[in-house]
Design a protein around this ligand. Structure first.
Ligand code: UT7
Length: 329
């Protein structure tokens, strides 16, 4: 059998808006309070884009940081895969705007729509393309401005989400390690549990849809909660099996940051101890496709990931779409 091509993360970056919205700020907008949000979700604040800021601004900043970290020139980038459901335009891909902004003139750029799992789906596609020999370097970015999709009168959703971007450079290298396992899944029977029900081409925007805010995020939180824990746990076990490793081999687990209670339930299901768990939801809220790569960048920059470490990541979101990935650094 041919030797497997090793694909490594060689650079990471993230960017979030400077503007912060605290729980107390929110309590002045909707009927909520810091105590409810903190105990039910773990969120203390979120970063929210200002009106002049775009998804591609944050994605581009995160990509530039990741490229600098990887010591990689923009011309060397062969692919840009961008996980997002809040692109600058309906079409074309926001990844094309990122390509322009960062000067990655030789890249093929495209968006992947898998909600909160978008970055992991991007890792899956990028790894496959690099292993096929279609290129040597790819940027995989998860970036969202979910604040623009919020119904700011719906307290059950508007307190949860934040804006931001996280990116990595994936690179073909001779050394063993890098991407050791990837699992991706969707279940289209659950679309109604988490979506923007109208405003797409099936039901184009009308004054009635706008008035009813049916073009904004709707979620059946309790149902999503149950599926999220079960599905991410399953995907984590799959990637561990692929790599023939066990949870004891994992040095750091970065789950999607949607709710500390989901994170705790997942960690206890997998028997992951707190010292191996990354939690930053208090600072950012749920940034959808950006949440895992933001955590990854923070962990690397703070020295929490060392060479040789095994890092497990997992995400779950609308679709339903979910997945996990396992890396050796
Ligand atoms: O990233 C994509 C995946 N998304 C997720 O994984 C999110 C999954 N779901 C969740 O994280 C949780 O279900 C939520 C945080 C969304 C909700 O937490 P919950 O513990 O499931 O609350 P609930 O929906 O059962 O609501 C409990 C109560 C309700 O009041 P009553 O009916 O008991 O009087 C809600 O109206 O809490 C009320 N409530 C609030 N109260 C104050 C809902 N939102 C708020 C709020 N502030 N912001």
């Amino acid at each position: 059998m041919d030797k497997q091509i090793n694909v490594h993360i060689t650079g990471t970056g993230h960017a979030v808006p400077e503007n912060i919205l605290t729980n107390d700020d929110l309590s002045r907008i909707v009927d909520t309070n810091d105590e409810w949000i903190t105990t039910r979700t773990g969120i203390k604040q979120r970063h929210i884009a200002e009106p002049h800021q775009k998804n591609s601004d944050f994605a581009s900043a995160a990509c530039l940081q990741a490229m600098a970290d990887a010591n990689c020139a923009p011309e060397e980038i062969d692919f840009i895969f961008m996980g997002t459901v809040t692109g600058d335009l309906i079409f074309p891909s926001t990844a094309c705007r990122v390509q322009e902004n960062i000067g990655a003139v030789n890249a093929t750029a495209m968006d992947l729509s898998a909600a909160c799992a978008g970055w992991i789906f991007g890792i899956s596609v990028a790894t496959a393309c690099l292993r096929m020999g279609q290129g040597r370097k790819a940027l995989v970015v998860g970036s969202e401005v979910l604040s623009r999709m919020m119904n700011w009168e719906d307290r059950s959703t508007c307190v949860l989400f934040g804006d931001g971007a996280g990116a990595v450079v994936l690179e073909v290298k001779d050394e063993e390690g890098g991407v050791l396992g990837i699992a991706t899944h969707t279940d289209g029977r659950r679309i109604e549990m988490l979506n923007c029900p109208k405003g797409g081409t099936a039901d184009p925007v009308t004054p009635e849809i706008l008035a009813a805010k049916e073009n904004k995020i709707h979620m059946k939180g309790n149902d999503v909660f149950k599926y999220a824990v079960r599905s991410m746990a399953g995907a984590c076990r799959e990637v561990l099996d692929q790599a023939q490793l066990t949870l004891d081999d994992i040095d750091l687990f970065i789950p999607h940051q949607a709710n500390t209670r989901i994170i705790s339930a997942l960690a206890s299901r997998l028997n992951v101890s707190e010292d191996k768990l990354l939690v930053n939801i208090q600072e950012y809220g749920n940034t959808s496709a950006a949440s895992v790569p933001i955590g990854l960048n923070e962990a690397r920059r703070s020295g929490r990931i060392k060479p040789g470490d095994h890092v497990l990541v997992a995400a779950f979101g609308g679709g339903f779409a979910w997945g996990a990935a396992l890396f050796r650094f």
